[in-house]
Design a protein around this ligand. Sequence first.
Ligand SMILES: NC(=O)C1=CN([C@@H]2O[C@H](COP(=O)(O)OP(=O)(O)OC[C@H]3O[C@@H](n4cnc5c(N)ncnc54)[C@H](OP(=O)(O)O)[C@@H]3O)[C@@H](O)[C@H]2O)C=CC1
Ligand SMILES: O=C[C@H](O)[C@@H](O)[C@@H](O)[C@H](O)C(=O)O
Length: 311
Amino acid sequence: MSAPLVKLNNGLEIPAIGLGTWQSKSNEVTAAVEFALKEAGYRHIDCAWGYGNEKEVGDGIRASGVPRSDIFITSKLWGTYHSRVEECLDQTLANLGTDYLDLYLVHWPVPLNPKGNHPIFPLLPDGKRDVDHSWDLKDTWKQMEAMVQKGKVKSIGVSNFSQKKLDEILPTAEIIPVVNQLELHVYNPQHKLVEYLRSKDIVPEAYSPLGSAGSPLLSDETVLDIAKKHSLQAADVLVGYLLAKGMVVLPKSITPSRIASNLSGAVNASTKLESGDIEKLDGLAAAGKQKRFITPPWPVDLGFDHWPSLL
Ligand SMILES: NC(=O)C1=CN([C@@H]2O[C@H](COP(=O)(O)OP(=O)(O)OC[C@H]3O[C@@H](n4cnc5c(N)ncnc54)[C@H](OP(=O)(O)O)[C@@H]3O)[C@@H](O)[C@H]2O)C=CC1
Ligand SMILES: O=C[C@H](O)[C@@H](O)[C@@H](O)[C@H](O)C(=O)O
């Protein structure tokens, strides 16, 4: 079984299901990536410099024996490197053991102090994250564009960009981001933002599609009812719902049976779900279940709906 392909605005294609690797421990991720590629039919791996496990992901890619050219690899630029994009990218390429990425994303629209008191999470004396207010996001994007010109990445995109943040880079962008990777699931569907992305031909990529670790989504009554009706598992419905909506979906697992079913079960679910099921799932958040699970304490306004106020 393989995942369907989704067309990007530059004509390239991305497999609609990618294996997530955030919080996959270094001693577990190699086997997970190897299994996903060799046994479960995955051809897309979602990584990030900030996850600290790219070397082990690279080991899994090589152990799978699947040719590099058959695999779609994404990684992400961390905040302390907004003014040094090529430096972060070169580390990622070396970590993964490849000479190009299929997709490189700006991880968060928040430049962090590159000379702060920590290489990943620099903090100010008051304990807040040390944001580099002097750096302009437009210049991060210029440096991202240069990586395409240099041939180090095939496509570039963003992650965790609200409409407000996209509107900071789009007027001067020479390359339109191909995707925006966001927290998207039945409790956080972000319908308005997704509609905006569609209007700009930017593909929504769904992270934490199962609601991340310890998720209540897997025991949601509506999800379970729909799963029962079609003889599916809850996770199949959650991933299949996003697939059916034409999104790219990034379920993470280090458990072989789940890695397999998150692709095969979800593709099956995407063909079985009826319009009434999709309507019900689309309406869960508005019916009182709206919830974000990933809200790091950025001391800036990201411009998202339903973001806890931390300012
Ligand atoms: N751009 C960004 O800022 C972000 C990007 N991401 C990307 O998206 C990926 C997915 O998001 P993530 O937050 O990891 O969460 P997910 O929604 O993918 O959930 C992962 C959790 O669900 C469990 N799980 C996986 N499959 C099943 C299943 N079939 N049945 C029951 N439980 C299951 C996993 O356990 P186990 O592994 O033990 O099987 C793990 O605890 C990340 O790994 C990362 O690649 C995520 C967050 C932010
Ligand atoms: O991709 C995963 C997430 O974005 C993760 O990298 C962040 O939430 C990070 O832990 C943070 O605290 O800022």
